[in-house]
Each structure stands twice: as structure tokens, then as C-alpha cells.
Design a protein around this ligand. Sequence first.
Ligand code: F6R
Length: 632
Amino acid sequence: MCGIVGYAGGRPALGIVLDGLRRLEYRGYDSAGVAVVAGGALSTEKRAGKLANLEKVLAESARPGIGDGTTGIGHTRWATHGGPTDRNAHPHVSADGRVAVIHNGIIENFAKLRAEVEATGVVFSSDTDTECVAHLLAAELASLDGAAGADGADGAATGNLAEAMRRVCRRLAGAFTLLAVDARTPGAVVGARRNSPLVVGRGSGGNFLASDVSAFIEHTREAIELGQDQVVLITADAVSITDFAGQPATGRDFHIDWDASAAEKGGYDYFMLKEIAEQPRAVADTLLGRLTETGDIMLDEVRLTDQDLRDIDKVFIVACGTAYHAGLVTKYAIEHWTRIPCEVELASEFRYRDPVLDRSTLVVAISQSGETMDTLMALRHAKEQKARVLAICNTNGATIPRESDAVLYTHGGPEIAVASTKAFLTQLVACYLVGLHLAQVRGVMYADEVASVVDQLQNMPARLTRLLDTMAPVRDLARELAGVSTVLFIGRHVGYPVALEGALKLKELAYMHAEGFAAGELKHGPIALIEDGTPVICVVPSPAGRGVLHDKIVSNIQEVRARGARTIVIAEEGDRAVLPYADHLIAVPKTPTLLAPLVTTVPLQVFAAEVATARGHDVDQPRNLAKSVTVE
Ligand code: F6R
């Protein structure tokens, strides 16, 4: 949640910060703001709503000096404390006008800190938890200014700013990434992180701080990921990192292997459409180099031995939203291939019900961003109980993979649209690989059996490309149905999570009542929802798989149709049995049963995006949502 960016260098900061915010807007778009240090003073501007509102104000009546300063910070917000208003927008400035602060996360002890600050006579100008950090920093700076040589670790001229930040951080509870600038420390930005991401971009003639690398990728591809509880101070030519106690520390250096064009729309109206179209490549990249010459599946980072994996007697998958749906599909594959019991749990529920975990439990955490707080907390709970944790993640070096015992990275590239598309497909691929790896290590699948599934997976990009070329009728249908009030989705077996995912996409993008059901559950209640003309999207398994499964869903389609439903049937090419009951048929390429969600999900993504467009919604930034949910 919230995107933050900072720059210290030789060029005007405002444009650089605004460009960075544009790329980070997917993290939140309730308000945006900037602060620039120019001529020994702070110049700030902030506005509720999308970044465009702020840019308009800056274009119409820029504050004096704001275009000149070469040190600045910027924020795009997803509101937690305090509504999405101008006064609650970041940056927050200290009462003495000296310090500006931006923040991602939640400061849990803010009420106590706020009372303490108010007791000194400061009047707060917002309802946020962040503002107390600005006042606390200013107070620490004032006291340090009076005590020369307070700190040496960060260099004499700028050391007080870093030391003030460390002192404040030691008092904060909760999750935070903080950036601050001080009018009396021109040329420096200080940052800090706990349980929330912060990366440094090492440029030439200037350095950057940001929530993620997309904010500065057009300037540099050399980055440092800060560790937990670290403070960083950047100037035009230096980066210094310490822990909260002031001891010198190091982050993790890495090279960003995608470029700025990967984060641009590439001719599509929306990032989501581009990301849907990128799925063949994303799937291919995720599969790249996974099979060794000896036929073994390779994960990326494995801090577990094969014996550890052989000792596993239970698997829990924890994830949220779309990633949870990927987990639901994985359960079928893991249990089928490995015969290990596998449970899938919403990460937000996992630790609160005190699950039974031990050394022989494998917890698989699936997260595109690698920063989702619910999933991170579930992972930490699992580790406390000594379970082994394996992460599936799209973001190199994010907190979730870093804290896991093993990692398999999806190579989806940046996903900018809030609604997950290519992340889902690549998560599925990664989950299949994990299932195959487990089966192989435990000796329950032969190398040639594994190779044949991998072979099927390697055929997926071609199937997906072919499928994407046939989506025009799906878009036509979506526009035709854009005015309906309810759409239901049904599926069985792995088609059930696909139905849930189709409904989630429609809810979040089209703001429409949409629900997914296990088709067999219909007659236990939900069938009462069906009225004359209610669209029901039916996800049909391959007739070449388990015949009984296919026959059962054909019966379910007949049941809803008999009650007036308009049936939209997603079925394998050549499946003639569904034809008499399909008001609309969406044919997908022939695919083995367990892998079918890789194809059956795609028309549902296209459908949801088109309904949303027809209803006039912002497809990439649906209301009330943010890409990376870093609060519980
Ligand atoms: C829906 C969507 C969300 C995410 C969920 C988890 O389209 O994108 O439901 O799947 O917030 O996010 P990650 O995968 O980053 O943990």
C-alpha cells in the first residue's frame, strides 16, 4: 500500500519524483503529494485523488522553488489512518516547518505518541498516524543540533538527520517505510523500513529511494534492497546504511533485469490488457531453465535438503485473493501427484485459528508482490511453529521470499494493473513445478512422468497465444452483458477455483454482483439466485479427463438452464456434449485436466476487463483497491 519515492542528486527533483509516482500509482491512488527542499526551505504540495489532481495544481500554480530543488520526496496513498482528503495526504510537515515525512504502513502505537506530541503544545493538522513522525523527527533534530558530533556513521553534514530517524524508529511499533527531508539538511533524503519494502537506486549523479524499483528504473538498474530495521541516508553521491542502533549495515545489492519499457503500456489502453496479452511469454519465462539435464525440477533458492522435503507429511498453502485461488488449484495437483494431504487457507485467517504445524509441515506462501502483510504474518507464524516455508513470488528479494526456506520465482515481469492476470497464470505454473519437485524428491513420480507434465506446460504458451487470438466474441458478449446486475460462475474440481477467480475479477473491476460456486453446491442453496436471463458462466473440465466429472457438470448446466439461466459455457475444443446446453460457447484448447485453469481463466479475465470498460471504469485502478496490500 502507498508508493513512496525520494531523490537526492544534481537534477531538479520534482519531475523525477512525479515520474516515479506515476509508476507507483498502482500501490494506491487516494491522494498524492510531494516535498522538495529548495533554498533552505521546504516546498510541499498535496491533493486528494489521483496523481493527475496533484499534477494539475502544480502545473497551474507551482509553489515558489518547488521546480528548482534537487532533493525531494513523493507519495501516492492508499488510506489507512484518516480519510482520503487533502489534509491527510502525505507529506506531513512538522510544526516548525522543517521536516517533511511520507510513510507506507501503520504505526500501531501512534495514539500514545500523538498524545505525547500534543502535550508539548503541537496542534496536529491531519488525522494520520504519520504526522506524529514528522513532529518527533523535528524534536530529535532540534535536540541533536544542540549537541555537536552526535553521530559519525553517516558523515558529519548529514548525520543528524539519520540519527534523528533512528531515534524515532526505535520508538515506533508496527509496519513502516518512512522517508523524510529536512530543510536544514539540503541534499539528503533519509529512509527507514520495518515490515514494509524500501529499495535504493544507485544512479550516477543522484540516488533514489522507492517502494519498488519501477519508480527509478528509467534512471538506473543497480539497486540495493534494505534489510529489516535499517535506516538509509542518500545524497547525490553516497548511500549509507545503518541498523536502528546506528551500527553500519549492508543491504542486498541486485541488478534489475527488466527495463522501463516493460513497465509501460506498450500500445494497450490499459496495463491489464497488456498483461493479459503477455501471458504466453510470462508462462514461458517462468518455465525457463526449470528442468535440469537429469530431469530434475529446479527451484531458485533452496535452504531445505531433499531429506527435509521427504519428511514433509502435510502441506498448507497460504495466500490472499487471486493467489489464494492459485493455491486452491494447487491442492488438486499436489495431492494427486504426491499423495501428501494439502490444505489451502486464506492467509488472513491462518494464524488466528492456531493451525497444527511442526517440522514436517510445508507451508507454501504464494504472493505476487511478496509484501502482502497477511501472507507475511501467516509465514512468520508458520516459522515460529518450526514449519518449513516455501515462497512462490514474482518480486525478487521481497520480504516473503527472503524470510522463506525455499523460493520459486515466477518470471511474470512487472504487473502494474491492480487486478492480477499474468501473476495468476505464472503462480499456477510455479505451483505445478513445486508439486512435481515434491513428487520427484519423494520418489512418487518417475523422471519421465515429470518430464511429460513439464512438456505439457511447455506447450502452454502456444496454446495461450492461440486462445488469445479468439477472444473477440468474448469481448462482444461482455459488452452485451455490461448492464446485468448479477453474473454467476460455476465449476467443479480445478474449475471451481477458476469460477471463484472469474467472479473476483468481475467484482473488483466491474463492481458487479458476481459469485463463484462449486457446481455441485448449487442445489444446496445458490440455485435460488437464478432468474430468467441470469448469466451463468460454466467452467467445464475436459471430457478426456475423468468422464464422471464432465458428465456431472453437464447436468449442472442443464439444471440452471431449466431455471432460466443464460449459459455461457467454457469447454474444450471439440466437446460436443455441451453444445445443446450452451447459449454461448467459449472454446479453449485441449489441455490435461489439472493444467486446464491455465486456459479456462483467460476468457474470464478478458470478459471482466471488457465489462469494466463498457461500464466506464478505470480497469487498471479499480476503486478502493491497491496493488500491494501491506497492512493486515
Ligand atoms: C486480485 C488481486 C488480489 C491479489 C492479492 C494478493 O486481482 O490481485 O486479490 O491477488 O491481494 O496479492 P499478492 O499476490 O501480491 O500477495
